[in-house]
Design a protein around this ligand. Sequence first.
Ligand code: GDD
Ligand code: MN
Length: 392
Amino acid sequence: MSIAELQPADPVPSPYRGAEEVAPLRPVAAELTVVIPTLNERDNVPLLVARLNRALAGTAWEAIFVDDDSPDGTADAVRALARQQANIRCIQRIGRRGLASACIEGILASASPYIAVMDGDLQHDEALLPAMLATAKGQRLDLVVASRHVGSGGIGDWQKSRAAISGFATRLAHRVIKADLSDPMSGFFLVERSAFDRAVRAMSGQGFKILLDLFASSPQPLAFAELPLQFRRRLHGQSKLDSMVAWEYLMLLLEKLTGSAVPARFLLFSLIGGIGLAVHLSVLWAGVAGLGAAFPLAQAVATLCAMTGNFLLNNLFTYRDRRRRGRRLVSGLASFYAVCGAGAALNVAIASHLAGAHCAWWLAGLAGAAVSAVWNYAMSSSFTWSARPSAA
Ligand code: GDD
Ligand code: MN
């Protein structure tokens, strides 16, 4: 037997050859992967898979659910279905969170030429998927977006406040991306693999807005089309949109605005440092000029005030994702004082020395504060708000 005879005539049977083709014995590689991020969507999973089965009956597709270890057992629900259906998979991420990063991981775990990203809560109309795929293929597009703001699209029965916030966020987004996209906040889109591959290394992966991230990170303008989406209402479970999501969105915009040269966290820390400086100098001024206090004492009190204020503001904004609350807030403050203690001592010593050496009081205070600011940033990022998940 020659080697040629051992080769199968058509190693990759295609489902697009028409009905006369014999059904392939092996599973066919998917042309479309639907990536579905989930967090506590257990009850929605079987309904969504049933709907996908119906909507994508004529397509070689697979679904990858990316679940962030939902306490309600979403991942188990996906795996139960995956045992019956080979085109369903589950990536269960432990110790990590985030809608955009979940989507990126799901896309990277697939091999298909087209990937759709959609919510797992049935708010996105799966019946649009075949048209999205056909549009992307037919027009050779990088991306097809299901938009709530074109044609017959809409936001359903959203509250006025949510619609207003969404509108504001959309206007902000247009400052970051150049594309004339009617709904940059949409979480329902289909992307061609090579377009994604070109952008993925520059993507931030932070927060909720992966589409915006994709547009802002693509090295070249993306060719896209928009199809109208009527956003459905949620039947089971709850929306995860909260102040944290809004914060992450602003961090993403900040990062993209600076071309990712400066981490958004550092920008915020510096901004808050500036506020701390103002607090410091005000307290120092009130102490020295107002109360006639001894300089070292006034400087020490000013340092303490600035430090406490900075801790609270950074906890609220800069490190919102690692925010300390309750007892951990107190222990965090204690750790903040402790790690910065040496810096504060240095601060008072330097400032007092300079003031004693006939340096202007404000210059002395400024120098001391600058030294402690560097300390605060270096120490707090690794100790007070350490990225390691800690039980403390
Ligand atoms: N893996 C993972 N990790 N999934 C998450 C996370 C997370 O941290 N947070 C949310 N999800 C999942 C949800 O389970 C759901 O399937 C999907 O992401 C969207 O989350 P929702 O909480 O339902 O979002 P929404 O309905 O408020 O927001 C929708 O509207 C936005 C437009 O304003 C979503 O469609 C967004 O994608 C869309 O951008
Ligand atoms: Mn939703």
